[in-house]
Design a protein around this ligand. Structure first.
Ligand SMILES: Nc1nc2c(c(=O)[nH]1)N[C@H]1C(S)=C(S)[C@@H](COP(=O)(O)O)O[C@H]1N2
Ligand SMILES: [Mo]
Length: 162
C-alpha cells in the first residue's frame, strides 16, 4: 500500500516538473573545439531579448528569446567579421529530446550576413513555452514552414565541415 502510494507520488512528480525544475532547465552547448557549456532559462533571460512573429499551422505566434548568436558566444562561436574562410562551413546542429535534429549554417544566423534572425525562444504569446514543447524552442524568422522550429531543444553543437 505504502509502496504504491509512493509510486503514484513519484509518477505525479515526474509528470509535472516544479517551477524550480523549470528555472534550472538548460540547453547543452558544444563549441568547435569540443568545449562544453550550457544556457539556463535564467541566463537566456539575461541576454538581449528578441521578439519574432512566426507562422505555426496557419496561426501567427509571437516568440521571445535570445539570438542564437549570443547563445553560441558562450562556447566561443565566431560571429560577425570573424565568419569568413574556414568558418563558412561551420554548421550548427540543434537536437531535441525526441531525437529530432536540424542543421543550420553559422553564416546563415549571423546578423552581419542575413536579415532574418534565429532565436532560442523560451516564451510564446507572452507565456513560458512550458515543458511539453519547450521549455526551449528554436525559431527561424522568415521560414514558410516551421520544420526548423525544433521543439524541446536539448543540445546545440557546432561542427566544422571539411
Ligand atoms: N522536437 C521536434 N521539433 C519539431 C518537430 C519534431 O518532430 N520534433 N517537427 C517539426 C515540424 S516538421 C514542424 S512542421 C513543426 C510543427 O510545430 P507545431 O506542432 O508546434 O505546429 O515542428 C517542428 N519541430
Ligand atoms: Mo512539418
Amino acid at each position: 500500500m505504502r509502496f504504491s502510494a509512493a509510486l503514484i507520488a513519484l509518477a505525479l512528480l515526474t509528470a509535472s516538473p516544479s517551477r524550480a525544475d523549470e528555472a534550472n532547465a538548460s540547453v547543452g552547448l558544444t563549441g568547435l573545439n569540443g568545449q562544453g557549456g550550457a544556457v539556463t532559462l535564467d541566463e537566456l533571460d539575461a541576454l538581449p531579448r528578441i521578439t519574432i512573429s512566426a507562422e505555426q499551422h496557419d496561426a501567427t505566434h509571437v516568440f521571445e528569446g535570445a539570438l542564437l548568436t549570443d547563445v553560441l558566444a558562450r562556447v566561443g562561436a565566431p560571429r560577425g567579421k570573424a565568419i569568413h574562410g574556414a568558418e563558412m562551413t561551420d554548421v550548427i546542429i540543434v537536437e531535441a529530446r525526441d531525437g529530432y535534429k536540424v542543421a543550420l549554417d553559422l553564416a546563415g544566423i549571423d546578423a552581419t550576413i542575413r536579415k532574418d534572425r534565429v532565436i532560442l525562444a523560451d516564451r510564446m504569446d507572452g507565456a513560458p513555452i512550458g515543458p511539453e514543447t519547450g521549455p526551449f524552442r528554436l525559431v527561424v524568422e522568415g521560414d514558410f514552414r516551421p520544420a526548423r522550429s525544433v521543439r524541446m531543444v536539448k543540445q546545440i553543437r557546432l561542427e566544422r565541415l571539411h
